[in-house]
Design a protein around this ligand. Structure first.
Ligand SMILES: Cc1cc2nc3c(=O)[nH]c(=O)nc-3n(C[C@H](O)[C@H](O)[C@H](O)COP(=O)(O)OP(=O)(O)OC[C@H]3O[C@@H](n4cnc5c(N)ncnc54)[C@H](O)[C@@H]3O)c2cc1C
Length: 407
């Protein structure tokens, strides 16, 4: 009786009926397994299949598409950064976001209203000034303005206390979900297999090199595994003995009732991490950094966030003092110790690749990063800025810094 129960259970599992979710059988072996079907994993799969075909690519996700940070973010896409590498990367990514709707035949609600950054203390005003100088040297049309001029860009803004502001009209806001769906559909059409509700328990090795993955629905052999697990990346890395020093960190966000369109740019404050924009449906979508949020994978919503956000929002934009919040939710940042991503191969584990540590800006970077990572996987060539973003920098002590971080 016990034996027949076991074999019935094994058959039931192998035909994929788990918790009412139909899971197609996994292949025995592929060329590349990408763990995580967020924007990073899917962009990488899509570009690998499109630009470097003839590889068997499998994408596995523990949950559903848009279940991770890629389905929970604010959709901000900007080229305003403080380092040449990030400005260059993000100019390319912005252009790819703009083209995405056309390429993937899906509406992305791409709205190029610009980003207006505000600095309220001397240190940040100085950093902002230097960043604008760099951006202009690199050919961006960013303007450095004072509080009064910032109010000309957003008339509802309270200019008192704003020491410097920067505006780049080319920055944009999108609705994130169509990017996830577009990449997934595009990848599938090119032959990529995407399995949702299939958690990867561990990466397997043979002689120190990657040999496959063990999932909740069986094992798959592969010489290359990409860790695109977002805030869960350190967990998967640990399964193969790799210390990835990024940490999961909850970030809360909310959307208001729809208002008549009035707000052109996304407004962001460098000090407290406040940001807000108006969606094409009229909602004010925004969030704020909360340094007191402990590290961890909780995605709960809090009253404290609402208090912090509304206080900062009303200070920046008093006209919004009677705004009604309709929805709030949270997602996880994959927080990197030096605020820079961790991307590329891991020296001590041949075949194991990272695309982690993107904090509050991975969505906007994914198109350009996915394309570059695909090239690295296909050719072994390390594109800029992956050398600087390498995992080994933590051992070498060559960490980075970036001043234009939100949240
Ligand atoms: C509230 C909020 C606002 C943000 N705003 C912006 C913004 O305006 N602009 C911007 O550019 N970025 C923003 N971000 C950051 C951005 O969303 C992330 O950097 C980006 O989505 C990360 O993508 P990802 O694919 O690495 O991770 P995710 O989208 O989190 O995807 C990781 C996937 O891996 C899967 N997974 C994890 N572990 C396993 C496992 N063991 N086996 C199988 N699958 C697994 C998960 O289910 C998940 O689907 C924001 C983030 C949050 C939370």
């Amino acid at each position: 009786m016990a034996a027949s129960t076991t074999s019935w259970f094994a058959r039931w599992k192998s035909c994929g009926k788990v918790s009412g979710v139909s899971v197609p059988p996994l292949p025995d072996a592929v060329d590349v397994v990408i763990v995580g079907a967020g924007i990073m994993g899917l962009a990488t799969a899509y570009h690998l299949a499109k630009e470097h075909p003839r590889r068997r690519i499998l994408v596995l996700d523990a949950g559903y598409l848009c279940g991770g940070a890629s389905g929970r973010n604010g959709g901000g896409v900007r080229a305003q950064w403080s380092s040449e590498a990030n400005v260059t990367l993000m100019r390319e990514s912005l252009a790819m976001c703009k083209e995405f709707a056309h390429e993937h035949r899906i509406n992305t609600w791409f709205r190029q209203g610009g980003y207006l950054f505000l600095a309220r203390d001397d240190k940040r005003a100085q950093e902002l000034t230097q960043s604008v100088e760099l951006q202009r040297r690199l050919g961006l049309g960013t303007e450095l303005v004072d509080g009064v001029e910032a109010k000309r860009i957003v008339p509802q803004l309270e200019p008192r206390g704003v020491l410097a502001a920067s505006f780049n009209g080319g920055d944009a806001v999108v609705f994130p979900w169509p990017f996830v769906w577009g990449y997934a559909e595009g990848a599938r059409a090119l032959g990529v297999s995407i399995h949702t509700f299939c958690r990867v328990h561990a990466v397997e090795t043979s002689g120190g090199a990657v040999s496959g993955v063990v999932t909740e629905h069986g094992s798959v052999r592969a010489p290359v595994v990409v860790n695109a697990c977002g805030a869960y990346s350190p967990e998967l890395a640990r399964s193969i003995g790799v210390d990835l020093p990024t940490k999961p960190h909850r970030h809360e966000i909310c959307a208001s009732e729809p208002l008549k369109p009035f707000l052109g740019p996304l407004v962001a404050e460098l000090g407290n991490g406040l940001y807000f924009s108006q969606s094409t449906r009229g909602e004010i979508v925004g969030g704020i950094g909360n340094p007191k949020t402990p590290e961890g994978t909780s995605q709960a919503s809090s009253i404290r966030f609402l208090a912090l956000y509304s206080r900062a929002l009303i200070t920046a934009c008093p006209a919004l003092s009677s705004l009604k919040i309709q929805r709030q939710w949270a997602g996880l940042y994959d927080l990197s110790p030096d605020h820079a991503p961790v991307v590329g191969p891991v020296d001590e584990r041949p075949g194991f690749y990272l695309v982690s540590g993107f904090m509050g800006h991975g969505f906007m970077m994914a198109p350009a990063v996915g394309k570059r990572l695909a090239r690295l996987l296909a050719t072994g060539e390390t594109p800029a800025p992956f050398d600087a973003w390498a995992h080994r920098r933590f051992k070498l002590g060559t960490t980075l810094s970036e001043a234009m971080i939100i949240g």
